[in-house]
Design a protein around this ligand. Structure first.
Ligand code: SAH
Ligand code: SF4
Length: 444
């Protein structure tokens, strides 16, 4: 019997990309491919790229360059590039010129046609470039082999973004908002649960917009959460990302009443200065954000609160930055994802005249990280001694002798234990704290 061809997917960027990679892998399995752990050994490699910041693009192109050396030795190798990077206007042709060893350059809207395009691009000497300007259809979201040991799975609930934050490339590369029908989502979750999944993470650039483009269904994000609450065998529900502007009281109340939805609120604020929020076109000012946090904490006092922050947005003065720093000290986020502003071609902010020098951005980022890391550690330290319920995901990839899992409020907890605990809920006493993780031991 002939050996099956092998495939590998390298994924950069957000969980939406990770989920798209799972969809591609499922297609590849249907096409007869087998997963290959090392990209260098695979017959087919897809690089799923991100372009939200320049550094992400550099990483993806670096990987494409490394793979060229392998292909020089083994010319039958198939290399494809997909994701947000080639979806930027005019960018795909540029990439095809820069990296003629690619077989396929495919945009984000072509996912549903991936099997067909992979076949067409197979034995080409020059890249096949396929970029649809608009999503023509949602992909079928096939699921590959049973997730097996996997206890947690991502489920896309809507694609695209209708907001226009002035720094952000996402609306240009992911298109307009398209929600999946609620019955399809519920059916997918039921299938996953029957395969042993106990936790789902609902994905969208702005999950609170769920359903707005399907008014006939009459199901909002809160409604979707209530539907999923009823799925037997599903223990936990997470979601990301939620835009502070659209976070309604109904959502807070639904989450507070739920036994399954995580107590983790990821509410990207971006800046603590009104002047910046206006120029970013975020659609809220700081008072409204503070009020939202107050209402969340009133409903769920133990809620974990995390955020995204950008430093060095065009026009950011030292005094604006200090307002961000002060907000971090005041709200004491459990964690923050902090970024230097990266100009993205085609977005309004890239053309704002008052760009901030790199050295200033670096210096502000360092100060902000220092404050946040101190607060993260302090907040984790305060939990030492407590017992939390951990959903065990399996042996830690870096330290196989310990298990990794998450608490209900989405903290990563490591503790010594048998791999057979994977997939179960285990009470764990927290014994030590780091900035990003907690260490624990099994409680009786
Ligand atoms: N839809 C999500 C964000 C997706 S991008 C939301 O609105 O919350 C994830 C984060 O990347 C953003 O929250 C922002 O903090 C950061 N980001 C986006 N564009 C950026 C840019 N051009 N430069 C630096 N950071 C950026
Ligand atoms: Fe980008 Fe704003 Fe849309 Fe988030 S809401 S993806 S930051 S445009």
């Amino acid at each position: 019997m002939a050996l099956r061809p092998t495939a590998h997917i390298v994924t950069y960027g957000c969980q939406m990309n990770a989920n798209d990679s799972e969809v591609m892998l499922a297609y590849l399995e249907e096409m007869g491919y087998e997963w290959c752990p090392e990209p260098e050994d695979a017959d087919l490699v897809m690089v799923n790229s991100c372009c939200v910041r320049k550094s992400a693009e550099d990483r993806a192109m670096g990987r494409v360059g490394e793979l060229k050396r392998v292909k020089d030795q083994r010319p039958t190798m198939f290399i494809g590039l997909t994701g947000c990077m080639p979806q930027q206007p005019g960018r795909a042709e540029e990439i095809a010129r820069q990296a003629p060893h690619l077989n396929l350059v495919m945009g984000t809207h072509n996912l549903a046609r991936f099997p067909e395009l992979a076949l067409l691009a197979k034995d080409r000497a020059t890249p096949l470039v396929e970029i649809a300007p608009e999503p023509d259809q949602l992909p079928a979201f096939p699921r590959g082999q049973a997730p097996g040991e996997r206890v947690s799975a991502w489920v896309t609930i809507l694609r695209g973004c209708d907001k226009r934050c002035t720094y952000c490339i996402v609306p240009y590369v992911r298109g307009r908002e398209m929600s999946r029908p609620v019955d399809e989502i519920v059916a997918e979750v039921r299938t996953l649960v029957s395969q042993g999944v106990r936790e789902v993470s609902l994905l969208g650039q702005n999950v609170n917009a769920y359903g707005k483009d399907r008014p006939a269904d009459g199901v909002t994000f809160s409604g979707l959460l209530r539907r999923l609450e009823e799925v037997d065998g599903l223990w936990r529900i997470r979601y990301t990302t939620s835009h502070p502007r659209d976070f309604t009281q109904e959502m807070i109340d639904t989450i507070a009443a739920s036994k399954k939805v995580s107590d983790h609120f990821h509410l990207p604020v971006q800046s603590g200065a009104n002047a910046m929020l206006k120029r970013m076109a975020r659609g809220y000012l700081i008072d409204r954000y503070l009020d939202l946090v107050r209402r969340v904490r009133a409903a769920i006092p133990e809620a974990t609160l995390t955020t995204d922050l950008i430093v060095g947005f065009p026009g950011e003065r030292e005094s604006d930055f200090l307002e961000t720093l002060q907000l971090v000290e005041e709200l004491r986020f459990d964690r923050s994802y902090m970024f230097m502003y990266s100009p993205r071609r085609g977005t309004p902010a890239a053309d704002f005249p008052d760009q901030v020098p790199l050295s200033v951005k670096q210096e502000r980022l360092a100060r902000l990280m220092e404050a946040q890391d101190r607060i993260s550690l302090e907040k984790n330290q305060r939990l030492v001694g407590r017992t939390v319920e951990v959903l065990v995901e399996g042996p830690s990839p870096k330290r196989p002798e310990v298990l990794t899992g998450r608490s209900r409020d989405n903290r990563t907890v490591l503790f010594p234990g048998e791999p057979s605990l994977t997939g179960s809920l285990v009470p764990v006493r927290l014994v030590d704290a780091h900035t990003w993780t907690m260490l624990g031991e099994r409680a009786s």
